[in-house]
Write a protein that binds this ligand. Structure first.
Ligand SMILES: Nc1ncnc2c1ncn2[C@@H]1O[C@H](COP(=O)(O)OP(=O)(O)OP(=O)(O)O)[C@@H](O)[C@H]1O
Ligand SMILES: [Mg+2]
Length: 542
């Protein structure tokens, strides 16, 4: 019989510890979690008073959470080191058990009476709260009517285990809070420094490289010059294009975007220049093109490096003469449009190979801004993470979501082949999928071998190795070229695992632009469309 009871109480103890560890890992709202932990303890030990004190910056131990206390009792729960039983536990860093508080001269009776309401004996068990050899506070319980011969080993053991768990959580919470405070202070300092200088709304970049980009944007935005934005996929070309528009005198005019890679040549022509009624089958009425819609504003031609030779000629004419005709029309239309273009292709190489017209290249390359890949400006990573976390907090009403310092280390070390877009997706995916409020390194899919890109830096070497760790995916080396312009082709060279995952991966890396992902996988846009349908992959719209 005795053994069965022991087994039962051991089981109960395990369940209690499990419950408590779950609560502690669930939220970064410390006072809420501590209160829930004390509730579980009070239920398990069948006691009405549980108290938790923590050392404060003032050097005083203070009650931070308690069960069964009146407001006045709670307020008086303050002790100097060595003062009363609580102060003694903190000072000696050892548990103290008092079987009858009425007989204990050390007991100050600030938070609890010496006897129960009916004059019965009140006993006390208190243990220190420690984390990594540092003493943080005291956890204690008061019991009524305990038989003098009853062993309190069980209470001491359980409280010590719980105090250890609490200690780790408190330490983690304090680290995160300190890190967050430091980050916010740095952010404040930086925005003070950048006030009105090199700052762009909603564009994050404190690195020297991005500060140079911002300076170029500020300098070129007010003019009417055609601009070319260059950089790998996901570096922020579109973000910069919008910033140019909103910093220009055209900011109240329209900002119109066209992705040249997403449309066939015929569609692109009618999309850009519009068409007259009956210009082709299905053209039931006249329709204004994007050039006309952008009148008085900015037209952003994304993926300009992908247009066909025939279309290059048509675009060149518009840029030279600043007028065009709608498809099927003969009337010349003049528009006042500022053109901003973008590409992640090496246009010089394309010109040398005869794939891109040199005269068009010179027309669009009037002012050129290069946006560096994220791995070359790692200082921006913590700020970008905080920016996307803040967005997540607001959109999902989860104000407490934060990232642990270890998790931030993983973010800092990733190769980020998909640049800021990949980082944004990673933060959002991890914050959405994890339970609780603290993102730690184990939550990342790369740490669970589910991510397709993970970095190993060769010691002392110039090259970074991108490991695609899903089984059957080849390891491939990415040259650390400063431009990395041909990344799309490298995607095709290292395709991942199953067909479906390969498709999703390519789409994610290419910002869900179907035509671009098709190129990355070396298939036609039509095959891509079919494959997406076949595997029931919903195309995300941004
Ligand atoms: N500096 C930045 N600050 C804040 N968000 C950024 C920054 N750079 C990029 N982003 C975000 O990353 C995502 C990708 O950016 P964007 O679409 O501008 O990249 P891109 O260079 O145009 O990529 P692609 O070549 O694939 O079209 C967007 O959601 C954008 O908001
Ligand atoms: Mg883009």
């Amino acid at each position: 019989m005795a053994t069965i009871l022991d087994d039962r109480s051991v089981n109960l103890e395990l369940v209690t510890i499990y419950e408590i560890s779950k609560i502690l890992g669930s939220s970064l709202d410390l006072s809420k979690t501590l209160r829930e932990v004390l509730n579980v303890l009070s239920a398990h030990l069948e006691t009405r008073r549980v108290l938790l004190s923590l050392m404060q910056d003032s050097g005083e131990l203070q009650l931070v959470s308690a069960i069964g206390l009146s407001y006045e009792e709670f307020q008086s729960g303050r002790y100097r080191v060595g003062e009363g039983i609580t102060g003694k536990i903190f000072q000696t860093e050892t548990p103290i058990v008092v079987r009858d508080l009425a007989q204990e001269p050390l007991f100050l009776a600030r938070t609890s009476p010496r006897e129960s309401q009916d004059g019965g004996v009140v006993s006390f068990v208190g243990v220190p709260i420690k984390a990594a050899r540092e003493i943080l506070g005291v956890l204690c319980v008061f019991r009524e009517g305990m038989s003098p011969s009853r062993s309190v080993d069980h209470e001491v053991r359980l409280l010590t285990m719980v105090a250890n768990l609490i200690g780790q959580t408190v330490r983690l919470y304090r680290n995160v809070a300190a890190e967050r405070q430091q980050l916010q202070e740095e952010k404040r300092q930086l925005s003070r420094q950048l006030q009105g200088k090199y700052k762009l709304d909603n564009v994050i970049g404190i690195s020297k490289a991005m500060q140079e980009v911002f300076a170029q944007v500020h300098q070129s935005a007010p003019s009417r010059s055609t601009m070319l934005l260059r950089g790998e996929s996901g570096t922020g070309k579109e973000v910069i294009a919008r910033a140019i528009h909103y910093l220009s005198p055209r900011k109240d005019g329209p900002f119109i975007k066209v992705n040249c890679a997403a449309l066939s040549e015929t569609l692109l022509e009618s999309e850009l220049f519009g068409h007259e009624k009956g210009a082709f089958t299905g053209a039931q009425g006249e329709r204004k093109g994007r050039f006309e819609l952008a009148h008085g504003g900015t037209l952003f031609l994304d993926e300009i490096g992908e247009i066909s030779p025939a279309f290059q000629a048509k675009l060149l004419r518009v840029l030279q003469e600043r007028e065009f005709e709608r498809v099927g029309g003969s009337r010349s239309i003049k528009v006042d449009v500022r053109l901003v273009t973008a590409t992640n292709r090496d246009l010089e190489k394309a010109v040398a190979k005869g794939e891109f017209r040199a005269d068009l290249y010179y027309r669009i390359n009037v002012v050129s801004i290069f946006i560096p890949p994220l791995r070359e400006r790692r200082e921006d990573i913590p700020y970008l993470v905080e920016h996307f976390l803040e967005k997540f907090r607001i959109e999902n009403q989860r104000a407490m979501v934060a990232m642990s310092p270890q998790a931030m280390k993983v973010m800092m070390n990733c190769y980020w082949p998909g640049n800021v877009r990949e980082l944004e997706n990673c933060v959002e995916r991890t914050a959405t999928m994890m339970r609780g409020d603290l993102i730690s390194e184990v939550h990342f899919s790369c740490q669970q071998n589910k991510c397709l890109t993970k970095v190993l830096h060769e010691p002392g070497g110039q090259q970074a190795v991108v490991v695609v760790p899903l089984e059957r995916i080849a390891t491939h080396t990415v040259p650390s070229s400063p431009s990395g312009m041909d990344k799309d082709k490298s995607l095709a060279a290292a395709p991942p695992t199953s067909e479906r995952e390969r498709l999703i991966w390519a789409m994610e890396q290419c910002g869900w632009v179907q035509a671009k992902a098709a190129r990355a996988l070396n298939i036609s846009p039509r095959q891509m469309g079919y494959a997406l349908q076949k595997f029931n992959i919903e195309v995300k719209k941004f």
